[in-house]
Design a protein around this ligand. Structure first.
Ligand code: BG6
Length: 313
């Protein structure tokens, strides 16, 4: 009998702390069926999510640079306290470039967490250096959990600890692994307004009945539904993204020309990835002292034959 097949599931044995490529702690989460997720304390970044057959579901660039202080290209970097490059802060904020701590005061599991088989709670508090460029007193907590069915859930909570009110934007910059971007179709964002990052964030309305890819695409879809499906025709599988507290959805593929200009992605690798992020961007979140915000992202994979009707798209 395997270590994890005992009648009483041992949460502690299912959560292992090892070192990543840079000697930085990473947490490995496992479920009884053999699914796995890895979370690095560098950035609180999920760097791997595998199903029970050992197949990797998140993209990681073969040229990824696994070296602080930049986030590695792939997995799920956390963009906080800003998305993009609009203020004095670094692109997508500093959270993805910092070393997080394991939260030694974790929240209990909630009744609707009954499927959770393994989880970790991480914590980011601002350093002196962070406070110089973003003088706001916050705590950012992240729970990453892996469920019986292999679903991966990320729950972030930002708390205004005791300072003046502050505002932030946020995104789970999720790099999904796909067989061929030309065969990918995203459902759930049709007819929505979006800000086009390729046209100085000008606002347009989506006209197509689904999103498909034939060139670089870099958009923030506004007030999107809480369920989005990413269909991979070649693999006949669909990623289902469920989000809560995250009104917007970013869709990004760099395509050929931009990939060639980026040091940490192979020239052809844009074909194997698509970023679809649950995000809060258009209307930044404002917290008064003592207030807390929660943003939750749940990722599942289902056979594509499991049609859209089941997903209430
Ligand atoms: C996208 C942005 O979401 O992230 C793009 O809209 C950006 O403009 C991309 O190029 C990747 O950003 P970074 O900082 O991880 O290279």
């Amino acid at each position: 009998m395997g270590q994890h097949s005992a009648a009483v599931w041992d949460y502690r044995a299912a959560t292992e702390i090892t070192k990543d490529w840079n000697g930085i702690d990473q947490v490995v989460l496992r479920n009884p069926q053999g699914a796995l997720a890895r979370v690095s304390l560098h950035g609180g970044q999920v760097t791997s999510w595998r199903n029970e057959h050992g197949e990797e579901l998140l993209f990681t660039s073969s040229k990824a640079i696994f070296k602080p202080p930049k986030a590695m290209r792939g997995g799920i970097p956390i963009c906080f306290p800003q998305f993009g490059n609009c203020g004095s802060l670094e692109q997508h904020g500093f959270a993805r470039n910092k070393i997080w701590a394991i939260d030694d005061n974790p929240q209990p599991l909630l009744p609707n967490d009954s499927n959770v088989k393994s989880f970790i709670d991480l914590l980011l508090k601002p350093s002196e250096e962070d406070l110089k460029c973003w003088p706001n007193s916050f705590e950012l907590r992240l729970r990453v959990s892996l469920a019986t069915d292999g679903d991966l859930t990320l729950t972030s909570r930002v708390r205004n600890v005791n300072g003046k009110p502050f505002s932030f934007s946020f995104a789970y910059h999720t790099y999904l692994s796909v067989s061929d971007i030309s065969e990918v179709r995203i459902e759930g964002l049709e007819t929505l307004d979006y800000l086009d990052n390729l046209c100085r964030r000008e606002r347009f309305t989506e006209q197509g009945d689904a999103i498909t890819f034939e060139s670089e695409l870099d958009r923030v879809y506004l007030s999107s539904p809480n369920v989005i499906a990413v269909l991979d025709h070649e693999k006949k599988r669909t990623y289902v993204i469920r989000k809560d507290g995250l009104p917007d959805a970013v869709v990004w593929n760099p395509w050929e020309k931009k990939s060639k200009s980026m040091a940490d992605i192979g020239d052809e690798e844009y074909k194997q990835m698509v970023c679809v992020d649950g995000a809060a961007i258009e209307k930044p979140v404002t917290l008064k002292p003592g207030e807390e915000w929660t943003g939750r992202l749940q990722l599942s994979v289902v056979p594509s034959s499991f049609c859209s009707e089941h997903l209430n798209l």
